[in-house]
Design a protein around this ligand. Structure first.
Ligand code: SAM
Length: 357
């Protein structure tokens, strides 16, 4: 009897892959560490200057033993800096910029809150692989809604008013003069509120089918003192009320919709004749082989847990996925009767398309 042959392994490749696994496993559990750090104000406290674990515990009213373990995990992961001679922990400029400054364009903790919230759906989504059932956005853990807003808002703050809107034909002038604007699938209204602050003569209508997100958006508009020019309403993308919008925007949600073509047709009917539709989607190339990179990995994973199940839960269930790419978005837009479509601009994380009737 011959014994089964041992596989011929390339030890260099095996070791490299195991090295990647250790980094990935650390990153996976690190998700919870970042959420804890943000929730308890640990990064913000550390940004004030170097501290021992006891000093940080006193400053944040936390248990020193737990904190020491957390600090060690953070220092091992490069998220905070450890000075062994002084036995103190601190944040360098870059760590503080990304972990402690909520208004920084690269504020990172929201991404981890989104990841942790999404992972709560894993048991149900694993079942969906067999049943094909969908899962609506509204059915997710609260961390998904909070994390999504916290993750996306800095990118919108850095790009929307300063570069995305100026890249569109004639839109900035209309918004400055006073326009009617719809932000469809607005979630908790981060983009709507940013635009309303920048263009005080325009009126903004934010729509989303998720009632809890709309409630939160209304509260933010009140708190920010702009409720007079921003109206948030619960509505599906195929049904939102109003006509003659000069500008309609969708941020990172066209691919989440079950019937994006139906939504696009409704957008077209709701727009003024010379109106503009801005479609912001995750950055993606048309071919899978060109998306096999770290950004693609992030988006395909979120898409498996959030975007594809959301689309599957709605009528038609087209399931574009978060890496749809320009060609598929163009097909949706032109199927709805828009005659002009172009990529207006892009960042490493987003593509901004412009569609006109
Ligand atoms: C990834 S989130 C983006 C939220 C927001 N636009 C932002 O950028 O922060 C996707 C949003 O699309 C909304 N959505 C999904 N399907 C929808 C539909 N058919 N009509 C209206 N909103 C929808 C969800 O409720 C969710 O708020």
């Amino acid at each position: 009897m011959s014994s089964p042959q041992a596989p011929k392994l390339d030890m260099d490749k095996l070791n490299a892959f195991i090295g990647q696994f250790v980094s990935d496993l650390g990153a996976a559990v690190h998700t919870g560490m970042v959420v804890i750090g943000e929730r308890l104000g640990l990064y913000k406290a550390l940004a004030k200057g170097p501290m021992t674990s006891a000093e940080l515990a006193a400053a944040t009213q936390t248990d020193e033993r737990y904190l020491r373990e957390w600090l060690a995990s953070q220092a091992a992961g490069g998220y905070i800096t450890f000075d062994a001679a002084a036995n103190k922990f601190s944040l360098n400029e870059e760590q503080a910029f990304t972990l402690a400054q909520e208004d920084s364009p690269a504020y990172l903790p929201g991404a981890f809150e989104l990841a942790l919230g999404s992972l709560a759906a894993v048991p149900r989504i694993a079942d969906s692989f067999r049943s094909g059932a969908g899962m609506g956005w509204h059915e997710h853990d609260d961390g998904v809604f909070h994390g999504c807003e916290k993750f996306f808002r800095p990118g919108y703050a850095a790009n929307l008013v300063s570069s995305w809107i100026p890249a569109l034909h004639d839109v900035q002038q209309k918004l400055e003069a006073g326009a009617r604007v719809a932000d469809v699938g607005c979630g908790k209204g981060a983009s709507t509120i940013l635009m309303a602050k920048a263009f005080p003569k325009s009126h903004f209508f934010g729509f989303d089918y998720h009632d809890k997100s709309i409630e939160a958006a209304r509260e933010t508009a009140q708190r920010e003192g702009i409720a007079d020019r921003v109206t948030f309403e619960v509505s599906k993308a195929k049904e939102f009320p109003g006509k003659d919008y000069d500008f309609v925007a969708v941020f990172d949600c066209l691919h989440d919709m079950g019937d994006p073509v139906g939504a696009a047709k409704h957008v077209r009917q709701s727009m003024a004749k010379d109106g503009t539709w801005m479609i912001v989607e995750p950055f993606a190339n048309d071919q899978l082989k060109d998306n096999l990179n770290p950004v693609g990995r992030v988006y395909y994973s979120f898409s498996t847990l959030l975007c594809t199940p959301c689309s599957r839960s709605q009528e038609v269930g087209l399931c574009l996925g978060a890496q749809a790419g320009e060609s598929r978005v163009r097909e949706v837009v032109t199927a709805a009767g828009f005659s002009r479509f172009r990529r207006a601009t892009e960042t490493p994380f987003n593509i901004v398309y412009e569609a006109r009737p």
